[in-house]
Write a protein that binds this ligand. Structure first.
Ligand code: NDP
Length: 331
């Protein structure tokens, strides 16, 4: 694979220019470009520049409002609701996190429901932002049907990621962020693009047969991780990011979508919990004991550590050259 090195500023600027050229205003382009740059910075390439053609497609088709001006609303002391105004999620999220954190620090728990929004990113930016404010964060979002429920061969669930973050005062938080599919669709697309196989169990081909060829899985369906267990968690996400926040299921999002290749409209559920209110005074030291035990075990690392290690390197990132050519064509 041919790559070209870009500084983090160049990555941000390229993303920003593509988005503004496609009609996004400064605030929306800045929020998405920041999310994309941070993904490249942390080595989460499937949510970096790779996503820009999809973001741009939604702006050009008119499905997404590139000038959305979302305003979070404090519905009850613990409940914040943000109507995304049909925009991409990053601006709505960046404007809502502070209000959500205040709710949790006041009430012990805070809940954010984000609706009428298009989520095409990782979830760690929102849960990590809560953990950086001393809160436990949980987030989930549904997508468009790509995953067959355990035992089936037809897609019904989205790749439905969940993320959890635990604050570690003085340290980077513990964060996991994972698709409930055996593999996130972006990873399968990148494997197909780069000619790599994927592990058996990732998905089925168009005939419902197991295959390790990502190109065949793209014609078929993904499978949930951990068979019926991952399937149950994905089902939970459909309910929590759907009817519970006043949004649709993945299959309904697909029915209302224009098929431009970008994310359909959907909802997100975010929970923030204040351990300093719910737990004992030594909650932080106590949890550190547990992390110390974990890290003392051979072969163990904490989730989030790979990204945080990558983040410490502020140098250039290697970006797929073909992708860069596409993006330069877009702006
Ligand atoms: P991965 O399988 O790559 O990683 C899942 C989690 O496991 C990460 O937190 C990762 O931490 C951690 N992890 C990985 N390997 C280890 C290990 N050896 N020991 C301990 N922890 C480990 O993620 P996915 O491919 O499932 O998902 C990728 C991204 O796609 C997510 O950010 C998700 O939010 C996003 N997504 C977004 C969707 C949307 O609709 N917006 C839809 C589906 C997915 P680390 O990062 O440190 O490696």
């Amino acid at each position: 694979m041919t790559t070209q090195a870009l500084t983090l500023d160049e990555i941000y600027q390229l993303a920003f220019d593509c988005l503004t050229k496609a009609g996004a205003d400064h605030a929306n382009a800045d929020a998405v470009a920041t999310t994309v740059m941070r993904a490249e910075r942390d080595g989460s390439v499937s949510h970096g520049l790779f996503r820009i053609p999809g973001y741009v497609a939604t702006l050009i088709s008119g499905k997404v409002n590139g000038c959305a001006d979302p305003k979070p609303e404090q519905v009850t002391p613990a409940f914040v609701r943000t109507h995304g105004q049909n925009g991409h999620a990053p601006l709505a999220l960046s404007r809502s996190i502070e209000m959500l954190a205040k709710s949790a620090l006041t009430c012990g728990v805070g809940v954010l429901s984000l609706t009428h929004s298009h989520h095409f990113a990782a979830l760690w930016p929102e849960t990590e932002a809560l953990a950086e404010r001393g809160l436990v964060g949980f987030a989930c979002v549904s997508y468009t049907p790509m995953v067959a429920p355990a035992g089936g061969t037809q897609a019904l669930f989205g790749t439905n990621p969940i993320s959890f973050a635990w604050p570690r005062p003085g340290k980077t938080p513990l964060v996991f962020d994972m698709s409930t599919a055996a593999m996130a669709m972006g990873e399968v697309q990148i494997a197909a693009r780069d000619g790599h196989s994927v592990p058996m169990g990732t998905g089925l081909d168009a005939n419902g047969e197991l295959t390790n060829d990502p190109r065949e899985i793209l014609k078929g369906v993904l499978l949930p991780f951990g068979a019926h267990k991952g399937s149950a968690i994905s089902m939970m996400v459909e309910l929590m990011a759907g009817p519970m926040v006043g949004e649709g299921f993945s299959f309904e999002a697909a029915e209302g979508d224009n098929g431009d290749g970008g994310p359909p409209q959907g909802g997100e559920f975010i929970l923030a919990i204040a351990p300093q209110i719910l737990g004992s005074d030594n909650w932080a030291e106590h949890s550190e004991k547990f992390f110390a035990k974990l890290e003392a075990m051979d072969g163990i690392r904490l989730p989030g550590q790979r990204r945080h290690k990558m983040r410490a390197d502020t140098g250039p990132r290697n970006v797929n050259f073909q992708l860069l050519e596409t993006l330069r064509g877009l702006c």
